[in-house]
Structure formats: C-alpha cells, structure tokens
Design a protein around this ligand. Sequence first.
Ligand SMILES: NC(=O)c1ccc[n+]([C@@H]2O[C@H](COP(=O)([O-])OP(=O)(O)OC[C@H]3O[C@@H](n4cnc5c(N)ncnc54)[C@H](O)[C@@H]3O)[C@@H](O)[C@H]2O)c1
Length: 362
Amino acid sequence: MAADTEEMINLIAPVLRIRLGGNERYPVVRFVEATDRDAVALSISQSMDETAVIEAAAKVLGSESGIETVHVEGIGAFEIDPVDEKSQGRVAGRVMIVTGAAQGFGLGIAQDLAKEGACVVLADINIDEAEKQAEALRKEYGSNRAKAVSMNVTDQASIQSAISETVKAFGGFDGFISNAGVVKAESVKTQPAKDFDFVTEVNYRGYFLCTQAASQILALQHKVCGDYSSDIIQINSKSGLVGSNRNGAYAGSKFGGIGLTQSFALELIEDGIKVNSICPGNFFDGPLWSDPDNGLFAQYLESGKIPGAKTIEDVKRAYESKVPMGRGCTTPDVMKAIYYLIEQKYETGQALPVSGGQVMLN
Ligand SMILES: NC(=O)c1ccc[n+]([C@@H]2O[C@H](COP(=O)([O-])OP(=O)(O)OC[C@H]3O[C@@H](n4cnc5c(N)ncnc54)[C@H](O)[C@@H]3O)[C@@H](O)[C@H]2O)c1
C-alpha cells in the first residue's frame, strides 16, 4: 500500500471512530479495500489537513444514523461494528495496545483487558507467540477482539507499521501500555557497554519512540472530540524508584523512564493524553524469575548469590522475605493500578508503586 494511502487511513479511521462513539465507548472501524455493504460516501482529498477531514466527517456522519460503512473514493471502505451496549467490562468499547504482550506481565495485562471488554493488540518482537496468544483470546471473546502485531520497540519503522496495522483493524486505540522491557544484571565493574546499551535501548529509548508514534493518533482523536481522553501507561519497576545492586543498567533505564513520563505528561495533557508509570515489585511467578532453566531463581541458585540456598524454593523464599507483604507482585496487582490510572481523570505524570510495601514514596 502506498505510504500516502496509509497516512490517509491513519487520519480517516480514527476520526470516524471517535465521531461515531461517545461515553468512552467507540465502535470498531475496520479498513477494507472493497465492501459488499451499503456505504455512505465521504469525500476526502489527499490535500486535506486534519481539521478539514474532521469537518467533512462531521457533516456526513451528522446527517445519518446507523451507518454501517463509509466509502472514500480512491482510498477504500471503512466498515463499522457498532458499540456493544450490553458489555459491562471496565474497558468495553476501547482498543488497547500492549507491548511485550507475548508473555509475562504484558500477556497477563492483555488477557485481563480483553476480559474487561477491550479489543487488545498484542505487540511483540516474538510474533509467533503473540499470534498464538491472540488466537486464544479471539476464541474466547470473538474474532474482532484481539490481534497480534509484530513490533520491535527500538525500531521506529516497526512501531509505525504496528500502529498502522492497529488502525486498519480497529480504527484507532485508546490506551498504549508500554510494557516491553529487558534486564541484563551485572556489576558496573564488569558489564560490557553493549549490554548497557541493549537495556537502555529497549527500556528507555523504546519508551520514547513508542510514545512519539502512539501520541500522534491519540492527539488526533482528542482533536475530534475535546472531551476525549486517552492513556499511555509505562510498566516501569520498583527499580525505577530505588537503586538496584549490580543492576545499574536496568535501574538507570527505569529511573530515566520516570523522567520521560513526567515530561511527556506535561506536554501531552494539551492532547488529552494522560501519561503515567506503574512500578511493580518482583513478579516471582513470571517466566523472568521462574523459568526452570534460565529464570533468575535458577541463575541465583547456580551462582550462589543467596548464601546457604540449596533449592530454587530457598532462593524464592529469600526474595519474598524482602517484601513487607511477604510475596511477589502479580498481574492482578498491576491490573488494579492500570484501571485506577485509566479511570482517574484527575492525575497524570505519576509513578505508582505496586510493591507490597517494598518501596515507599517520600
Ligand atoms: N518480572 C519482574 O519481576 C518485573 C518487575 C517489575 C517490572 N517489570 C517490568 O515489566 C515489564 C515486563 O516484564 P516481564 O517480566 O513480563 O518480561 P518478560 O521477559 O517475561 O517478557 C517481555 C516481553 O517483551 C518482549 N520484548 C523484548 N524486547 C522487545 C522489543 N525490543 N520489542 C518488542 N517486544 C520486546 C519479549 O519478547 C517478551 O514477550 C518490563 O518492562 C519489566 O521491566 C518486571
């Protein structure tokens, strides 16, 4: 598809979607090159800017109700699946992109958002696993409720293409969960610079690139309706709030992420975008810690990091004892923070700990 056609779809679909929705619920607007449905014609030329497209759409959509499809000469058709008014979910009628959603926290977040009524986009560098998980969600909730997209958060073109795919499938999105993250824990005395760069590239620069691309669509949607607001939520870490011994690359990237969150929040509020971070404690039950071969518990047992520990369970207990609440963080703990940030319309730029009391703000 020509780049300018793609740009036009990225402009037209979000305008239609927000114009046809309301009360925080929006229809799915799906781009197709040709359609059998009866269509309303919308006249758009390539030279029109955002304001002109918004005005043209308002004229056409304001004069008819129950529109199923909009046809734009030279571009294609936009099929509309109306809002399911019966759905009671906390994010029903919304589209949410989750990066790093093939496994771990990201997968759990995408699954819970789908359970609560959202259409979810599982964006991951591991597209095979993301596709498998998206298929499971489609089976459970319906064919237009989940999509996997290939995305490398360190690559601008890859992010842009994933966002365009999302817009073609759903018409836009209302939340972007910047979750993809990596860790390479090592002493500052020995860590190769390339490992430091790798962690910084994904956790810090990746968050900047994702916010830059996502905010274009979210800002356009706010331009369609001044009451419309959206969320960018970064999954940070308790290591973004306190230093982490022999893990400086990771903690530094996460501290930096909070600086980005605060700064983006100040700037993007004019576009109706709230930007917040969540700082979870250790997710001991996730693959990062519990993978029997490569998980951190297995690595720490092997390296003798916990004196006297003879089994993986011994290492796990040692880590759990560092948490005042005596256990690791779970996806349901993180979800409560995500729904709070989405539903709370009077807060932005925050770093919200979910650490069982292990980190306390001052
Ligand atoms: N696991 C924990 O204890 C813990 C604690 C606090 C915060 N976090 C944060 O939560 C987030 C998720 O962690 P997790 O433990 O679930 O990780 P994980 O390693 O289980 O999963 C990370 C996912 O991100 C994907 N990914 C990696 N690099 C990518 C890239 N460049 N582009 C797109 N996708 C990429 C991977 O394919 C994988 O599916 C991270 O930001 C992490 O820092 C984790």
